[in-house]
Design a protein around this ligand. Structure first.
Ligand code: NI
Length: 175
């Protein structure tokens, strides 16, 4: 497994805005990508990662919302995920993103969604998501469509967030 570079909005906005394409087959090459993505996500550390965040525009997500020192790791893999239905009830959560480092803001999304996806072995699955799982899967599916969580904020907040990430990147480069 290899830790890959994560694209960030200061330098890679155009790549992050791409729409990812569906996966044709869940094979060993795709599993190798998912293994790399998981290791990259744990290293960052984060709780979810879409393939486009490591520069691969395919519809693949890895996630581990149970990650922590006290809980055992529970890695999850979602290939070609789709939201089949969403609740009218909404839920607000303070989100962050490895591609928008150090920025956190509240986003409102449906509280529950029903998902369909292929798992690590290419098996078709359907599942209901709620709470942090629902937040995370909606955030990651947004990535597959070229949408970042800051796109859900006002234009002023979004521009301010990107400027902040650019400034931090430049300060790091000058240091
Ligand atoms: Ni993200």
């Amino acid at each position: 497994m290899t830790i890959r570079d994560i694209l960030t909005v200061d330098a890679d906005m155009a790549a992050l805005k791409q729409k990812s394409t569906p996966v044709a087959a869940v094979d060993d090459a795709l599993r190798a990508l998912m293994d790399d993505m998981l290791e990259t996500m744990y290293d960052a550390p984060g709780i979810g990662l879409a393939a486009i965040q490591v520069g691969v525009p395919v519809r693949v997500i890895v996630m581990d919302i149970a990650k922590g020192n006290e809980t055992p790791a529970e890695p999850r893999y979602f290939v070609n995920p789709e939201i089949l239905s969403a609740s009218d009830e909404m839920f607000v959560y303070e989100e962050g993103c490895l591609s928008v480092p150090e920025i956190f803001d509240e986003v409102e999304r449906p509280a529950r969604v029903r998902l369909r996806y292929l798992d690590y072995h290419g098996k078709k699955r359907e599942e209901d998501a709620e709470g942090l799982f629902a937040v995370c899967i909606q955030h990651e599916i947004d990535h597959l469509n070229g949408v970042l969580f800051i796109d859900h904020l006002s234009r002023l907040k979004r521009n301010r967030a990107v400027a902040k990430v650019k400034k931090a990147a430049k300060a790091e480069m000058d240091a």
